[in-house]
Design a protein around this ligand. Sequence first.
Ligand code: UD1
Ligand code: CA
Length: 475
Amino acid sequence: MTAQLDIIIMAAGKGTRMKSRTPKVLQRLAGRPLLQHVVSQAQSLAPRRVVVVTGHGAEQVEAACAAFQLPMATSLDMQFVRQEPQLGTGHAVQQAVPKLQDDDGVVVVLSGDVPLTLAQTVADLVEASGGDKLALLSVRVPDPTGYGRIVRDANGVVQRIVEHKDASDAQRAINEIYSGIMAAPARHLKQWLARLDNNNAQKEYYLTDVVAMAVADGVPVIGHCIDDPLQVEGVNSPMQLAALERAHQLRQAAKLMEQGVRLADPARFDLRDDARGVLAQLNCSTDVDIDVGCIFTGAVEIGEGARIGAYCHISNVKIAAGAVIHPFTHIDGEKAGVSVGEGALIGPFARLRPGAQLGREVHIGNFVEVKNSTLADGAKANHLAYLGDATVGERVNYGAGSITANYDGVNKHRTVIEADVHIGSNCVLVAPVTIGAGGTVGGGSTVTKNALPGALTVARGKQVSIADWKRPSKK
Ligand code: UD1
Ligand code: CA
């Protein structure tokens, strides 16, 4: 295929049935705006340019496009045209014509609300068009209601597309539907677009009317029918969005399971882009077990033999071999990342925040929060504790209820706990402070000064017992 490729993405529609203030093409599937799925498909076809037709929420949609994180580093020539008002798909594509200066190429039209088309499928469609034919992507579905039907003659040659609302009963019985995706020679498409009218049930300019024009002009029309409806399914309602999400997640789950990942239930697994737009990527080594209800977002790596318990939320982290993440644990490395060392035990109900770096065999127990802290091999914080901006040495035991007071209201300070220290329960370590190696801090201490290595440090009121104490009685 030598013809140059230009891609038009229609993204001006309102999506009334979503009943949302967010434009439909910015609704998310697997954490990624629908339109971003489509833009990245477009990008992987290495087009000369991509023209996005915006209308409803145009400013919001254009700003979102500028922020998309796309998988390849190559720059993409993405331009926008506004369609105002929205008079149909043909009218949408008409708006993009001024951006297509050249007549030599092939134009691919994609819909911003059809997220799961494989780039290879579109590449095959372009191939089928061959630079001089009109190629339509179609699929057979059990229930074609609402879709445009591919009308073929007795010899199977495509004659036209008829929209559901304009179709006769006989045409409505056709179950081969148009996907909304076509590849057309630019020079022909421009002429056909100029001739569109809106004499139809919806009083819209239908892009699909170009098919009958091609037939009339003697330009061959190829109906490229695939057998995977999911690739052409659009999103019109929250119900459809959720259905597509589940189908997509099931495919992601199946892919992982083919690589040997053991998901307890592929129907209860989610992998999404994270809230900052980091693309979903879950890399698992051999013998990884993932229990039900886990949500992975952003970039996650899981080492050999590691196990993830039920209902964990896991983002932007590297989990080393043999680590066990017990149920209901929340890990989000955000930008700084989190790393969990070999054989570490985390949770249940643990929270690892950005910059938590845990060595081998570290134990983090229930209701323990760790942020921007390094825990060396064998360190343990098993119950109800906070470690923020701390450097924790090997084999440290950090008692229940203890916290690093890392914030003085203006600045953050570090706490250093050297190797083999034992911090008792319910201590407050007021940073900046260092607890010397091998030291012990008595339970309930509020430590504001550095503690000597090897020493017992106690910083709390001395215990007194007053014998025969009488409680006050009612007068
Ligand atoms: C369209 C096709 C139909 C096909 C179906 C597949 C037409 C006339 N019909 O119908 O044959 O089976 O897709 O999903 O093309 N849009 C604009 N501007 C507009 C109207 C729509 O940008 O004025 C955009 C929408 O945002 C959307 C896409 O075009 O991304 C498709 O529009 P939609 O109204 O959903 O078309 P359908 O009625 O589904
Ligand atoms: Ca649609």
